[in-house]
Ligand binder design. Structure first.
Ligand SMILES: [Zn+2]
Length: 241
């Protein structure tokens, strides 16, 4: 079978196929197109569309040596809220579960107000379990994690710097209009609520007490936020998107 890896997918191919747009593959045993594609190094989470001789197929379709398979990446904005042939069960909303290898991205997503699950220490299997149970998209730089078969929605983060990763994810999922800075706690993902200064006076440092008047507090961990603490940095990052 001939497999064409479209767009940037060819950069994910394993050695010695990396960078090749087209590979000739001889099937020696029965396998699904999904397994064949993944055997070349491309996690199923990165595939936006699969066709055989121009006809759309699902992941479980069996491969055959006469096939010409085209593997397409996602085209932004990715719609995860509608069923597709590859992913018949859509998500209820766009929320994320973030792997430790992109931990700073988790803080930035929360800073932008996006519901993001993150734990410092968590096994791959547990992260995937949470994502599947809660209908979250896994963000990772680990291709092996994204190849796990129970995982439906995931994305291999390509950028290295956290701010660029945020821009990458916001662009891919078309989130720009949904960002709500200063609505969510960067530490625990809880929602922030306005809080009267009088109520938290004893928790403020003298200078903060003197110069700031508007505060928000996390409804979960009770951490306190004010414009000087994160807002400046947040607005700077979001400005660059
Ligand atoms: Zn919190």
């Amino acid at each position: 079978m001939i497999i064409n890896f479209r767009g940037n997918l060819k950069e994910l191919l394993r050695f010695p196929f990396r960078g090749m747009q087209s590979v000739d593959h001889e099937l020696t045993r029965q396998a699904s197109v999904k397994d064949i594609v993944e055997s070349f190094g491309v996690p199923h989470t990165e595939v936006g569309r699969l066709t055989v001789d121009g006809r759309d197929i699902s992941f479980s379709s069996p491969g055959s040596n006469d096939d010409r398979v085209d593997v397409y990446p996602f085209r932004p904005p990715v719609d995860v809220l509608s069923p597709t042939l590859l992913r018949p069960e859509p998500l209820a909303g766009i929320t994320f579960a973030v792997d430790v290898n992109v931990g700073k991205l988790a803080s930035l997503l929360r800073m932008a107000g996006i519901d993001t699950y993150y734990r410092n220490y968590i096994a791959d299997s547990n992260l995937v379990e949470v994502a599947v149970r809660e209908g979250r998209i896994v963000l990772s730089r680990d291709t092996d994690l994204l190849k796990r078969k129970e995982l439906v929605y995931g994305y291999l983060v390509r950028e290295i710097y956290p701010e660029k990763q945020l821009a990458e994810v916001v662009h891919l999922f078309g989130l720009k209009e949904q960002l709500q800075p200063l609505s969510r706690c960067m530490r625990c993902n809880g929602m922030l609520q306005p809080v009267d200064k009088e109520q938290i006076l004893d928790q403020l440092e003298p200078l903060t007490r003197k110069y700031y008047h508007v505060f928000r507090q996390c409804s979960e961990c009770k951490h306190i936020y004010w414009p000087g603490s994160h807002l400046d940095r947040m607005l700077k990052v979001l400005d660059t998107l």
